[in-house]
Design a protein around this ligand. Structure first.
Ligand code: C5P
Length: 310
């Protein structure tokens, strides 16, 4: 491999999230509609010196400080180890050594699947950098699920209905173009604590229509649904309530809700421009604010991007 390969790891937003049950191993069964925002971490894979199949990681970017690249729990390096282990006998000797550079632009432990999206992007990039591996898609999705419940949906980075523990994917309803704002108050919220402290109430899966012609119709249906982790996350991090109030009051906001296990909250707007126009009303010291469109709409809808910072 001689060229440098690039990919983006987009933020995953749960438009609603119902906890439908609990497995004997403690993992929760979910029903959620996940979409991907234009906001993303960036990954690059560089040729490197070293033993065949060796992968090192360097982390840069506004949210990279404090992340330990060599940590055993780092999902990018775990993704590399899993892929190498999946290779047939002689292949590992033919895998060129690589250096992955992660430009961390999304807040960490924040309910938008940043770590999962990074792991999924690493899987995609490593399959390009190591074409000898030839991992079929089914196997790739199994490996992704081993890395985390949210990783399979991040492999495709396309809107999907998530079932199971998040790893069972079904097609999403037809979505209208819309604008989105993401706001994080600057506090990391650990996912296991939120699941542990939530009230043991279960919610049936939502009955969704096959599609929404416009943002109004989508918001009408989503308003009847909830993020079942919101109360537990707000108890751990009360600033989430403030973020939700500020978002709901922003001009043009159609719906404000928390994503995943928090603390990041999102708001839906009629267009990417409407979302960007509302940023000045939302920005506060210490808050990360992003506005734009959904991933895939971005190129036509947006030239800017991150308007706020940590
Ligand atoms: O799968 P992942 O490592 O992302 O999950 C982190 C933690 O979140 C799990 O250890 C578990 O405590 C909790 N979790 C859960 N049910 C899910 C997903 C995550 O209880 N469906």
């Amino acid at each position: 491999m001689t060229a440098i390969l690039h990919d983006s790891a987009h933020a995953k937003i749960n438009l609603y999230l119902h906890v439908t049950g609990r497995r004997p191993d403690g993992y929760h069964l979910l029903d959620s509609l996940a979409v991907f925002a234009g906001a993303a971490d960036r990954l690059a894979v560089h040729p490197a010196e070293g033993a065949p199949g060796a992968v090192t990681l360097e982390i840069t970017g506004p949210f990279g400080a404090g992340l330990v690249a060599e940590s055993d729990s780092n999902l990018i390096l775990r993704a590399a180890r899993l892929l190498r282990a999946a290779a047939t006998a002689d292949v590992p000797d033919r895998l060129p050594p690589l250096r992955i550079v992660l430009d961390k632009r999304l807040p960490v432990a924040s309910g938008i699947g940043g770590g999962s999206a990074d792991a999924a992007a690493a899987l995609r990039l490593l399959l390009r950098a190591w074409p000898d591996l030839r991992v079929p898609r089914d196997r790739l999705m199994v490996l992704a699920a081993e890395l985390g419940a949210d990783v399979p949906v991040c492999v495709e980075q396309a809107a999907a209905r998530m079932g199971g523990v998040g790893d069972v994917l079904d097609p999403a309803p037809e979505l209208p173009a819309c604008g989105m704002m993401l706001v994080n108050c600057g506090e990391a919220v650990p996912t296991p604590s939120v699941f542990r402290s939530r009230a043991a109430v279960f919610h049936p899966p939502a009955a969704l229509s096959a599609g929404w012609a416009d943002v109004g119709a989508m918001v009408r249906d989503l308003s009847a649904l909830t993020n079942d982790l919101e109360d537990a996350a707000c108890a751990i991090c009360p600033a989430i309530r403030t973020v939700l109030q500020v978002l709901a009051a922003a001009p043009g906001c159609r719906l404000a809700r928390m994503s995943g296990s928090g603390a990041t909250c999102f708001a839906l707007f009629d267009s990417a421009q409407a979302a960007r126009d509302a940023c000045v009303a939302v920005e506060r010291p210490g808050w990360w604010v992003w506005a734009g469109g959904l991933h895939g709409e971005e190129r036509s809808a947006q030239t800017g991007g991150t308007v706020g910072r940590a």
